[in-house]
Write a protein that binds this ligand. Structure first.
Ligand code: PGA
Length: 240
C-alpha cells in the first residue's frame, strides 16, 4: 500500500482530487467508483471547482457507488443517491443516466444486489475506486465479521455504524438498519483504489489496515490484496 500523510483535511482533499482528475483526463470514458460519507466531501468540492474551471470534463464519465441504505427512497435527503446528487452530480456536466447507486427501494433487495453486481460488471472495471473507512474498519457497508462477502449483498449495520451515522438523522431510531453494498471482491475489482481517512477517530482502523494482515475484524485490511492502493490520510488519522 502506498501511504500519503497530509497535514490536514484540506490538503488530503486536494491530493485525492488531483489523483481523480488525472484518472478522469486519461480516458474518454472513465469509470469512477464513488463513496459517500463526510470524508470525500472536500474532494468532491475540489472536483466541482476543477469542472467549473474547465480543467476536467465529466461528460464521458460513468460512476458506480459503493452502497445505499435499505430501505430508503432516492429523494430522502439521507439516501446516498441524494448525497451524490447534492455533493457532486448536480454541479458537474455528468450524464446522470450513467451514475449508478444500488436501489434502496427495490421490492426484492437480494435481486437488486444481483442486478447491481451485473451493472458493475457491465460498465467494466472502475478506473479508480474511492473509499472512506469506518471507525470500525468497514469499507462500503462491509462490517467486521467472521467472514466477509465477496459480491454485492444485503447487510445489517452494526450498532457502532448506526451510532456513527445517527448524526445525519433526526434520531438513532431513524437510521436504516440495513444496506445494499458492494462486496470486498466487487471493490477489489477496481484498477486503482484510494482510501481517505481523517481525524483521530479513524486512527485505530487505519493502523489495522496498514498492519499488512488480512483481518476480517478490519474489512479495510483486505485492500492489502490489491496491487494499487493509496491511503491518503491526515496526521490525526495516522498518528492518533
Ligand atoms: P465518514 O464515513 O466519511 O462519514 O467518516 C466513512 C465510512 O463510514 O466509510
Amino acid at each position: 500500500m502506498k501511504l500519503i500523510v497530509c497535514k490536514d483535511y484540506e490538503e488530503m482533499s486536494t491530493v485525492a482530487a488531483d489523483i481523480m482528475a488525472d484518472v478522469i483526463t486519461a480516458s474518454d470514458a472513465p469509470v469512477l467508483g464513488l463513496a459517500t460519507g463526510s470524508t470525500p466531501v472536500g474532494m468532491y468540492k475540489k472536483l466541482i471547482e476543477m469542472n467549473r474551471a474547465g480543467e476536467i470534463d465529466f461528460s464521458g464519465v460513468t460512476t458506480v457507488n459503493l452502497d445505499e441504505y435499505y430501505p430508503i427512497a432516492p429523494d430522502n435527503d439521507q439516501s446516498y443517491r441524494y448525497f451524490m446528487n447534492e455533493n457532486l452530480f448536480d454541479h458537474v456536466n455528468i450524464n446522470k443516466a450513467r451514475t449508478f447507486v444500488p436501489n434502496g427501494m427495490a421490492d426484492d433487495p437480494e435481486a437488486a444486489c444481483e442486478a447491481y453486481e451485473a451493472i458493475v460488471a457491465s460498465v467494466g472495471a472502475a478506473d479508480i475506486q474511492v473509499l472512506g473507512i469506518g471507525q470500525n474498519g468497514h469499507i462500503g457497508f462491509n462490517e467486521p465479521a467472521d467472514a466477509l462477502e465477496v459480491k454485492t449483498h444485503v447487510t445489517g449495520l452494526t450498532e457502532s455504524t448506526i451510532r456513527a451515522n445517527a448524526r445525519f438523522f433526526a434520531s438513532e431510531a431513524d437510521v436504516p438498519t440495513k444496506a445494499l453494498t458492494m462486496g470486498i471482491g466487487t471493490i477489489l475489482g477496481a484498477k486503482k483504489i484510494i482510501i481517505l481517512a481523517n481525524g483521530t477517530s479513524k486512527h485505530e482502523a487505519v493502523s489495522k489496515m496498514l498492519a499488512g494482515k488480512l483481518d476480517t475484524s478490519c474489512p479495510a485490511s483486505m485492500l492489502n490484496l490489491h496491487a494499487d492502493v493509496t491511503v491518503i490520510c491526515d496526521e490525526a488519522a495516522y498518528n492518533g
